[in-house]
Design a binder for this molecule. Structure first.
Ligand code: 1GP
Length: 231
């Protein structure tokens, strides 16, 4: 299927709840990354999302909202990414919030702008893992989720989420062998060009988040690094 992200390799994730200087935002948006994703875990407010969207819109780059809660959804993004946390212990993170959103906004949704991400939370110490009441998984579990996402559901995106720590590249490689139609996204702990290259060898898209706020130059280096990698 032809989706906007089919040829993408790199995304920056900006947290509406974190401050970014104008210079750093410009560097991120003009880095050559394929898209900017706006998303966070806690205290994501409509005001902050709209403010960040307006700032990113100064630059000619696709801007996506990764929906965190119902109250911070706004029109104006190129695409909307809708996470469903498959290893959550609570049904609300898999389907109930989505059901509520469609009940409320269903008449106005442009379905072609929405893409569902099958999330697997893999860092028990992360806010996202705890917030969504995720449960521990092993390699066989993750491979089985990949097969569900690719063949049964199916979903356009599988997101291996290590948020805050650098993940297991062997697991990412193993999962990549299961996916043909579904795009594999990796996110978590990428801080160097080498790490970006390693994960980009297996995942189609790597997501770089937190290092933007700690070391902008290293963050920018990950873009060029990914371009050197054949998947
Ligand atoms: C977070 O996967 C993204 O949702 C990126 O992770 O912030 O650790 O880079 P980091």
């Amino acid at each position: 299927m032809s989706e906007p992200f089919n040829n993408w390799r790199h995304m920056f994730k900006l947290d509406p709840n974190k401050y970014i200087t104008e210079a750093d935002l410009k560097a991120v948006c003009q880095s050559g990354t394929d898209a900017i994703m706006i998303g966070g875990t806690d205290d994501v407010t409509l005001d902050d999302v709209i403010n960040l969207l307006a700032r990113v819109r100064q630059y000619p780059i696709p801007c996506l909202l990764e929906v965190s809660n119902l109250s911070s959804i706004t029109p104006g993004f190129d695409h909307y990414l809708i996470p469903t946390v498959l290893n959550s212990g609570h049904k609300q993170w898999m389907i109930d919030l989505h059901h509520q959103a469609v009940k409320t906004y269903g008449d106005w949704i442009d379905w072609d702008e929405l893409f569902m991400e099958g999330y697997i939370m893999l860092n028990p110490a992360s806010k996202a893992y705890q917030y969504t009441n995720a449960t521990a998984v092993n390699t066989e579990d993750v491979v089985a989720y990949a097969r569900l996402i690719e063949h049964l559901m199916p979903l356009p995106i599988m997101y291996l989420e290590y948020s805050g720590i650098y993940g297991d590249s062997a697991l990412v490689k193993r999962v990549s062998h299961e996916l043909e139609k579904t795009v594999l996204v990796y996110g978590g702990g990428i801080e160097t060009a080498e790490q970006a290259k390693e994960m980009a060898a297996h995942a189609q898209i790597i997501v770089v988040g937190d290092v933007i706020y700690r070391d902008i130059n290293r963050a920018i280096d990950t873009v060029e690094a990914v371009k050197q990698v054949e998947q």
